[in-house]
Structure formats: C-alpha cells, structure tokens
Design a protein around this ligand. Sequence first.
Ligand code: AHR
Length: 540
Amino acid sequence: MPRQTKLKSFRFFMFLIFTAMLAINDTQANKLPESHLVIHLDQGDKKINRNIYGHFAEHLGHCIYEGIWVGEDSPIPNTRGIRNDVVKALKRIKVPVLRWPGGCFADTYHWKDGIGPREDRPSIVNIFWGGVTENNHFGTHEFLDLCEQVGCEAFISVNVGSGSVREAAEWVEYVNFSGKSPMTDLRKKNGRDKPWKVKFWGLGNETMACGGHMFPDYYSHIYRQFNTYMRDYPDSEIYRIAAGAYEDVEFKWMETCMKMIGEHMNGIGLHQYTWNDGKRAIDFDENEWYRLIRNALSIEGYIQGNITIMDKYDPDKNIGLLIDEWGVWHGVESGTNERFLHQQNTLRDAMIAAVHFHIFHEFSDRIHMANIAQTVNVLQAMILTKDEKMILTPTYHVFDMYKDHQDATLLSFSLKTNEIEVAENKDREYEEDEEDLMKPFKKDRIPQLSATCTKDTNGNITISICNLDLEDSVKLTCEFRGGNIKNASAKILTSNDMRAHNTFKKPKNIKPVIFKDYKIKNKSLTMTLPSKSIVTYKIQ
Ligand code: AHR
C-alpha cells in the first residue's frame, strides 16, 4: 500500500477511536446526576450581616498564648507582642468581629488583672481549660490592639458567673468613656488616651452551664441588674447580648429570656456545635463523612425553632440572634492536652463550614452575627501554629472564598438536586434521652448539592455551591432570571482524598485553585462539579 494511503487509513482509524471515546465520554457525562439552580437576579431583600463571618478567641489551650500572643521579646515576628503572620492571615479573610475572652473562661476573668505593666499582673488558674496558669499578659489593651491590627470590631464577653456588677460597669467605662472619670484616668495611665468605643458586649456566657448553672428566670433577673449599670456613653452606644442557650433543644431558655428581658437586649446568643463523638478529625470513613455533615445541617431546625419563639415576642425582628459559638467539635489530636481542644481540620470540616453559611444566609433577617469556635489552634480553627510556623486550614479557605458574601444581599433562588441517604451508626450507643432530643432536627437524607447566591451593592454576584457527594460529579445548570450575566470566574476547594488536610510538612496540601469546568451563556451557566468540592463563582 502506498505510504500516503496507509497514513490516511491510519488517520481514519484514529478518527474512529477518537469519536468512539467522545461518545463514551458523552454517555458518561449524560449519566452524571443533574441539578438545576434558578437564580432571580432582581429578587432578594435579606442583607447578610458581615458579622455572620465573625470569630471567637478564648483563653484556651494555644489559641491566645502562642497562637496569637507571643510577647514583644519573642523571636517570632510580632507587633507589640501579637504575631504578624496570624494578623496578616486574618486580615485576608476580612474578619469582621472577634469575640473574647471566652467562652467558659470569660466567667472566671477579672479584667483588672489584665491591665497595667505586665510584670505586675497577677496570675490565675484557668479552671476550665486544663488548670494551667494564666499570667494575664494578654488583657484588654492587647485584645483591642489585636482588633485594631486586624481591622475588626470587638465583642467583649463580661463575667456574670463570678464577677460583679461593678466590675462590668467599670469595664465598659474604661473601654468606652471619653470624659473624665476614675476609669478613664486609669486607662490613660495605662497608655491609652482615646476610648476604643466597643459596641458588642455579651452579658455572660452559657449561664445555664459553665457560666453559673443558672435557671433562665434567675439569669434574666441578673441580666437586668448587670444591664442597668453597663452604660451607653456619648457616641458609644452598646449592643447588648444576652447569654443564650447551649443546645437547649426544648427552647425553654429562649422562651423565658424573650419574655423577661427581650425589651432590654439587642441580641441573644445561641451555641450549637457539631459533635463528633470524641473521634479525631482525620479518622473517618465514608458513612461518617455523610453523618457529620447531616449533623451539621441539623442546626437549621434548631435555629428555626429558636427563631419561631423570637418571632412570637419580636415579630418585627429587631432583636438579633447571634450564633456566637459554632463549629465541629472533634476529639483532640493524640499527644495533646485533652482540655486544649486541639484538632486537625479536613475537607469535611470545610464542607461543614460552607453549609453553615448557606443556612445562616437563609436566616439573615434574624441572625446578626456568628462566631466560629475558635480562631487559632482550638476546635474548628482557621489557623494552626507550631512555634514560628503557621498553616491555614481548609476551613480558613472557605472563609476566604466566601468573603464576598459579607454585606451582600441574598438572592432568591431555587435548587433542584438529588438526595443522599445517610446510614445510621449501628455501633454507637446513645444515651437514653440524647437521641430523642436531637431526633426532630436530624434527617435521614442530605441534599447532594447545597448553594447560596448573593449580590453586592455594585451588582457583582457571588455563587457558592458544595457538592457533598463523595463519589459522583454533578452536572449543574444555573439559570438566571431577571437579568443577564457577562463573565464569570471561579475557584474550587477539593481533593481526591476526603480526609485532605494541611500539615506543617505539607502546608499547601489543600487550597483553593482556579476552576474552569463551566460554560457561560447569556442566561445560563453550566458546570460539572467534582465530587466533594466547594466552588465559588464571581459573576458580573
Ligand atoms: O469553645 C469552647 C467552649 O465551648 C466555650 O468555652 C464554651 O462557651 C462552650 O461550651
């Protein structure tokens, strides 16, 4: 056969193979589960308070000490004792507000122990968190310096459990008053001339538990007393936050507080953790991936239950609900102090953070703030540190990818997606009443996709979507109504490994990268979302 003809037949043969491969691919693509998202670009009125992306840093384990505060003489680069690397990372995700000093610690904290020359500050025992010595080197001035360096608002939680009304009143005066008074003289003597004008003040923390084991009506009386003396100063009106329930699934706490102190508060807290039964963050199988995500999603019913009660007493939605502690609570990493709550952070945790935001957005006409627990080295942390080293967790990357949702308006959308059945854990023995209490909130299925869509004041749209499925990619068609879109860019956080996490040896093992598997037309966006992925689009 002449060489030319041979080549032609070879080319034809290759063409056939290529066409066959395309056909197979196409059949595979057609087999992919399909979902449909309709977004109304001209509809939506709930503004997402940027404080929903808030944080929480407690004197617990290595959150404050080593994680944030290293002291001025440390070889670790710092500004007035505060780590530069951590501040830079927190600025990047636009931390809007930081809650401090606790947590349970707050109700043992006497703020005057933490002011003045550091060498003169008394030490105390951190009774809740490992009985370690707290030297009070990180106090009011250091915390507010941290907030100024990060560029965020401060949220101070006042000691109601073991503190006095006088202490609380004087703390507000010290921090917020600009006139002449014993407290402002003291502040000036300690090097700060102008008041900081802190807006957010919490009156106690978990007062039904570590904050005093009170009953709701007793707490309500105490609240009224503290609240009377914590004053608004000229140009410094405070936002008063009642200590809310801690997984009180019977909602008694909310009912009593709304009835007895509703008119004296601006907001009320609510703590809801996603418990992982003492298991480490990186030890899980496929079933546990789904179960933990299902548990996290159950926060929706819990929030709704509390909001229903709030609506009864405050139908105009003036009082804010603040989810001022949330996140996944795993067992500690081996070799670490049980009471330091140090845990790793995987792609599953990132997914859980993302779906929390989708839920918070839905309730953003009531939720004024949320504070993930906690910022550095504790629970579902953004950042892990080891001496001078620092790594960013997958959860950090979600905060980074989602930052454009801050202060944007939630667009009206509907998502049609498949569901995934969640197998129950047959090995686990539940406490007698535990299962019953949480039952109404837990579902036996989770959606394959979860999404949220917002528009900022310049008309820029941000869409975030999670594919919660461990195996299947999903074809998603996103249809826009009430407007056109011009261009889009996207980032994805994913990995082949559901347990993917960052370590000091491999700090960039999992991080967001550019995502290109989509097509855009005037009124629609089509994409293939890989399994276990989080994708955020910026669209104009
Ligand atoms: O975030 C850890 C602890 O969890 C807090 O100190 C407390 O408020 C909650 O129980």
